[in-house]
Ligand binder design. Structure first.
Ligand code: AMP
Length: 216
């Protein structure tokens, strides 16, 4: 079992990489951006509060995002017989109960205070974060990728002005999280300037090393 945070600026491709890694290593993949977009699509009370904030490119408040993350980490899922489950991360696969090999969290934490909250949520599950991988590209490449995604995503927060604001929010509020994890010794940086498979290979090397280390 290994628990990972994947970290990076908006548009760097962390969602894509997180999904690839979740499939390869059989991790539970939790994306707070996705959880929020689902709530918005459902028109739930949390979603209704989040919608305008997300469309502006601001960070939603912890009172919105933390309950969603906590619910996702701590709720037993869709097993046919909930009493048979002994762990909240148990899932069903091909009709059989199945326990993932860990989890990968994408989009959280985005502030130092959220990093502390994440530790608390994990400690409640008697688990901890083993690795934080920060994926990184130069700013001009980042902006190019965001524009490329904007052309196909249809996301309300992928417009020129909002993108600029999201990057500013990242610089001000999210960058300091890197120092927080650097100090705790969990941080590994991975160059994401190449194609998706290249970055994926680099990430796999980091994860394999962490898995080997844990097994020793
Ligand atoms: P993402 O899909 O990770 O780019 O997130 C899309 C949007 O959801 C962000 O621009 C924020 O408005 C909101 N969001 C996602 N995760 C968080 C978080 N951890 N804290 C605050 N807002 C978040």
């Amino acid at each position: 079992m290994i628990n990972i945070v994947i970290f990076g600026a908006p548009g760097v491709g962390k969602g894509t990489q997180a999904q690839l890694l979740a499939e390869k290593y059989d991790f539970l993949h939790i994306s707070t951006g996705e959880l929020l977009r689902q709530e918005v699509a459902l028109g739930s009370p949390l979603g209704m509060r989040a919608k305008a904030i997300m469309e502006r490119g601001d960070l939603v408040g912890d009172d919105i995002v933390v309950p969603l993350l906590s619910r996702s980490l701590e709720t037993r899922s869709t097993l046919p017989d909930p009493d048979a489950a002994t762990d909240p991360w148990d899932r069903e696969r091909n009709g059989e109960p199945h326990r993932p090999e860990g989890c990968i969290i994408d989009g959280f934490p985005r502030t130092v205070s959220q990093a502390q909250t994440l530790e608390f949520l994990f400690s409640r599950l008697h688990r901890r974060i083993d690795l934080v991988v920060a994926i990184d590209v130069q700013r001009d490449e980042l902006v190019r990728r965001i524009h490329e995604r904007a052309a196909i995503s249809g996301r309300a927060d992928d417009t020129e002005e909002v993108i600029r604001h999201r990057l500013q929010q990242y610089d001000e509020k999210t960058q300091p999280v890197l120092d927080y994890y650097r100090v705790s010794g969990l941080l590994v940086s991975v160059d994401a300037s190449g194609e998706i498979p290249d970055t994926n290979q680099r990430l796999c090397r980091v994860i394999d090393a962490c898995l080997n280390h844990k097994q020793q």
